[in-house]
Design a protein around this ligand. Structure first.
Ligand code: HEM
Ligand code: HEM
Length: 180
């Protein structure tokens, strides 16, 4: 089933979820290596790859978000309280906000630093921020903070998924993996 149903996420939502999980994990690790590199030609090259890959992630997140809005959200297990439902749904919105903020802050950091972002050297993205070193510093701070919030939130998110699967023994993890 391509689309979500009341019982399970569809193939498209599952593909977005797991592909982006892998891409985000890889980019967080690569970004940390990048930040630790000494300035020079090699760092510039690595930064170019990191930015292009980040731009692909941003496009995938935009598509995923549109797909989410076009789909129903599968029901939570019977007996879930209103408070638990709000917490689960709120956490998912928060994860989207963080997934958007990470690449966007990267693009703003680069533009404010006066370095346009190219897509694997094929073309450059339109520049919408003027060069402003203070602003570049600010967005660098945001870019260096959001991924930590993302990691912490995902640890909670995974904890909740495992709690559902092993303690409550319900279908929540199956809805995002093998089906309901
Ligand atoms: C979702 C995609 C992305 C992830 C997960 C990610 C993650 C990271 C991480 C974890 C760091 C290390 C931060 C630090 O410790 O200070 C980093 C650094 C960096 N990121 Fe990203 N990033 C993404 C997208 C982008 C994009 C789209 C751009 C620019 C167009 C970008 C530009 C940079 C730059 C220039 C640095 C190096 C900053 C420095 O040298 O301190 N990133 N990234
Ligand atoms: C980068 C890491 C991750 C992010 C950003 C993330 C984000 C999300 C988001 C936004 C949703 C809501 C559904 C949607 O709109 O697609 C979701 C659902 C879900 N995720 Fe993740 N996720 C991550 C990693 C994981 C991992 C590693 C697991 C495995 C333990 C997991 C298990 C689940 C499950 C079981 C659901 C369905 C929850 C429900 O039906 O209420 N996620 N995830």
């Amino acid at each position: 089933m391509l689309k979500n149903t009341a019982n399970t996420y569809g193939i498209v939502a599952k593909a977005f979820h797991w592909v982006l999980f892998l891409m985000l994990t890889f980019s967080i690790i690569a970004g940390n290596f990048l930040a630790a590199m000494p300035k020079g030609a090699e760092k510039l090259q690595a930064a170019g790859m990191h930015k292009s890959f980040g731009a692909v992630i941003l496009m995938l997140i935009m598509l995923r978000f549109v797909w989410k809005l076009l789909n129903e959200t599968p029901d939570l297990p019977a007996g879930t309280t209103a408070k638990e439902t709000m917490l689960a749904r709120g956490m998912h919105w928060f994860l989207y906000a963080l997934m958007f903020a990470q690449p966007l802050s990267g693009i703003m950091m680069s533009q404010a630093a006066g370095i346009p972002v190219s897509f694997f050297g094929l073309f450059e993205f339109p520049v919408f921020l003027e060069k402003a070193p203070e602003l570049a510093k600010f967005f660098r701070g945001v870019h260096g903070t959001v991924w930590i919030l993302l990691v912490v939130s995902v640890v909670g998110h995974v904890g909740a998924a495992l709690h559902h699967h092993f303690i409550r023994k319900d279908n929540v993890l199956k809805q995002m993996t093998t089906g309901a």
